[in-house]
Design a protein around this ligand. Structure first.
Ligand code: IVH
Length: 669
């Protein structure tokens, strides 16, 4: 094949730059300057050239943004410089307190110059540019170790794949940090699409961003409307970058999207003004923010202030308080939970509160219902804080509707019609009919949830369908379902049925903590379930245990112990457990990672220069039940290898012993 001539080469380079410019305009800035058809023409020409001259294709070509072949897992990666978290304040007094600590740390009396930025509600990521090329993208993870999601991040059109050659020369290593977000409008569109396809909608834009990024198949990510806002660089000692504002300027010239509401403020009052301004414009933004991040601008000052544990002393998150909104009560429904508790739920005229449209709010219980004295048509204040279920705070305007519209607590279960009771000393009413369809449905949903059998695709809607169609009367029936049972259901396509059956099959291997949690025994959350599994190790041992033995486990206690004993003594429950076993649930013995020594039987040798003393790694291995010896032999399973390794590495190579890095050891652990 002929080599590309100079003209083609230069056309190709121009095309790449032009397409990237339009990618930014369209996906980042929302201000396209050419039509879609024109864009498609440019792109087609690029692909044409690449087909003719594959040697031209570089990792920074826009053609590389479509996603790569699915990966099995996300490789863990250590951040060279940890990604810190932030201390939080919610009032101006608390912020003033932070400001005083900063001043005393810097030993200054004059007001400090801060950079103030919206606190974006998405997913934090790091982008590593080596010699100007994007070589690695990862999630924040726990701050020290994240997950590699490079192909996924490359699909985000406003993330530069390449830096200018000037910057690449000056900073051969540049680590850029920021937030991946989904715009609210894009989120709403995506949810409409998902619902039309019968796929569970995403809870909110943040989950939308996180879920889209953590796709094994990056072509899925490529189809999701994500964007990236840069908010910093990892290293505050780069030549020529002396402050946060200078870092942002550098990033801006490199075409990173910088949030338009970032500004500087000197002193507490100015920061507070910015906070109030941000709170005011928040409802109009097309992305979610949950507060403001305030950073001491000068890097030299940041270094003086340092950090405490995992948060810097030079920055703080000033979060918005829970948000309130006014709306109208359209009615009240009574929902029955997994444990039979009946909760009044206010049906609201939909209203946006802190970025989310709310149409239901909890009224908690009868006492609360009476306290508020709720009527249909009442004008009320609702509150939403974080992920907590929204609630009605107060009634602000009541029309005179007469007695009839007053909402009263029912005497019978809204699902099964049996009488409901309010046990002595409890605030909740309960339906005590264990066969109550609403309870069975909620129990089924819980059984299949993430912390339980983790049956992907079994949401509340499907749980209801399975019960209504008499395919399932208790969770154990799930293990007897076939694809043919599912296909006649509403919105059930071949593929979905297939996936569901596969997910059920995988779940038969669920470990003991999941099984114990999934049963939905009152008070047994994920923590108690794990403690019980760790203590007993085997299902049979748990079943045979006395109340005394259970209540003596730290973190379990007498109430939970009695609930478990009652659950296990119940005939119906025993039958169901039996059915689960017949349905193929394995009830495997449980050994926690630490107790079982995940590395037991494995022999390690350590060599080369590592980031910490060898003893540190030796202890990690020993703690997990592994062995560490001094020389490589055929019996060696792994050589943990740092920089400048010599003869041991050569010997391991010769014997075919697996050579692993610190990161890989971390993954094994
Ligand atoms: S700076 C030490 N700036 O907040 C500096 N973080 O607790 C730490 N976040 O999950 C990060 N907007 O993703 C910074 N403008 C902003 C931010 C921001 C959102 C998130 C970040 C992380 C959390 C830090």
């Amino acid at each position: 094949m002929a080599a590309p001539d100079k003209k083609t080469r230069s056309e190709y380079d121009k095309l790449k730059a032009e397409i990237e410019l339009h990618n930014r305009r369209y996906h980042g800035e929302d201000s396209p300057s050419i039509t879609d058809a024109e864009f498609d023409r440019l792109f087609a020409r690029l692909i044409d050239i690449e087909k003719g001259f594959p040697e031209l294709v570089t990792p920074d070509s826009p053609s590389q943004r479509v996603g790569a072949t699915p990966s099995k897992k996300f490789e863990p990666v250590q951040h060279r410089i940890p990604m810190l978290s932030l201390q939080k304040v919610t009032t101006v007094e608390e912020f003033a307190e932070f400001d005083r600590r900063v001043k005393s740390g810097l030993e200054v009396e004059d007001d400090v110059e801060y950079v103030v930025e919206p606190k974006l509600d998405g997913l934090a990521v790091e982008l590593v540019y080596e010699n100007g090329l994007l070589v690695l993208g990862s999630t924040r993870g726990d701050g020290a170790t994240g997950e590699t999601i490079t192909p996924n991040l490359k699909t985000i059109r406003n993330i530069p794949l390449k830096l200018s050659s000037k910057t690449a020369r000056k900073y051969p290593l540049l680590e850029v940090r920021g937030e991946v977000i989904m715009r609210v409008s894009a989120f709403e569109k995506l949810n409409q699409r998902l619902e039309a396809e019968g796929i569970a909608p995403l809870a909110n834009p943040r989950n939308g961003a996180a879920g889209s990024l953590r796709q094994k198949d990056s072509t899925v990510t490529a189809g999701r409307p994500l964007m990236f806002f840069a908010y910093g660089i990892s290293d505050s000692s780069l030549d020529g970058v002396g402050s946060q504002s200078e870092a942002m300027k550098l990033l801006e010239t490199e075409h990173f999207a910088i949030n338009e509401h970032i500004t500087t403020a000197v002193g507490v009052e100015a920061v507070e003004r910015e906070f109030l301004r941000l709170a005011q414009i928040r409802p109009d933004l097309d992305y979610e923010i949950d507060g403001m991040v305030v950073k001491v601008d000068r890097f030299a000052d940041q270094q003086v202030l340092g950090q405490i544990s995992r948060a810097p002393r030079w920055a703080v998150a000033w979060k918005f308080a829970a948000e309130l909104a006014e709306t109208t009560i359209e009615g009240v429904e009574f929902s029955v939970g997994r444990t039979g508790a009946v909760t009044p739920v206010a049906k609201l005229k939909p209203v946006r509160v802190s970025g989310v449209t709310v149409s239901n709010a909890s009224l908690h219980n009868e006492d609360e219902l009476n306290r508020l004295d709720i009527h249909t048509g009442d004008r009320v204040v609702v509150r939403r804080a974080g992920d907590v279920i929204p609630e009605v705070v107060e009634v602000i305007d009541r029309k005179k509707y007469g007695k009839l519209s007053r909402i009263l607590f029912p005497n019978t279960c809204p699902s099964c019609g049996q009488p409901i009771a309010r046990p002595e000393g409890e605030a909740a009413h309960r339906c005590i009919n264990v066969a109550c369809p609403a309870q069975v449905e909620a129990g089924l949903f819980h059984f299949a949830s993430k912390g339980g059998f983790d049956i992907d695709g079994l949401g509340d809607k499907l749980a209801r369908q399975l019960i209504d169609n008499k395919l399932v009367s208790d969770p154990a029936d799930l293990f007897f379902l076939s694809k043919d049972d599912l296909l006649p259901l509403d919105l059930m396509a071949e593929k979905r049925a297939h996936n569901l059956i596969e997910a059920i099959d995988r779940s038969r291997k669920a470990d003991l903590p999941r099984i114990v949690y999934a049963l939905g025994i009152i008070g047994v959350g994920e923590t108690a379930a794990r403690l019980l599994a760790e203590h007993f190790g085997r299902w049979q041992a748990l079943v045979a245990a006395s109340i005394e033995e259970m209540e003596n486990i730290a973190g379990v206690g007498p109430v939970i112990a009695r609930n478990i004993a009652e659950f296990l003594a119940n005939d119906g429950n025993r039958k169901m457990l039996d059915k689960m076993r017949k349905g193929g649930v394995l009830f495997p013995d449980y050994k926690s990672a630490a107790a079982s020594g995940g590395l037991s039987g494995k022999t390690f040798v350590i060599t080369g220069t590592l980031s910490k003393p060898r003893n540190h790694f030796k202890n990690l291995i020993l703690e997990r039940g592994g062995k560490v010896t001094g020389s490589v032999s055929k019996a060696t399973d792994y050589l943990l290898c740092g920089a400048d390794a010599g003869s041991k590495r050569a010997k391991a190579d010769k014997l075919g012993v697996e050579i692993i890095s610190e990161e890989e050891l971390q993954a094994l652990l």
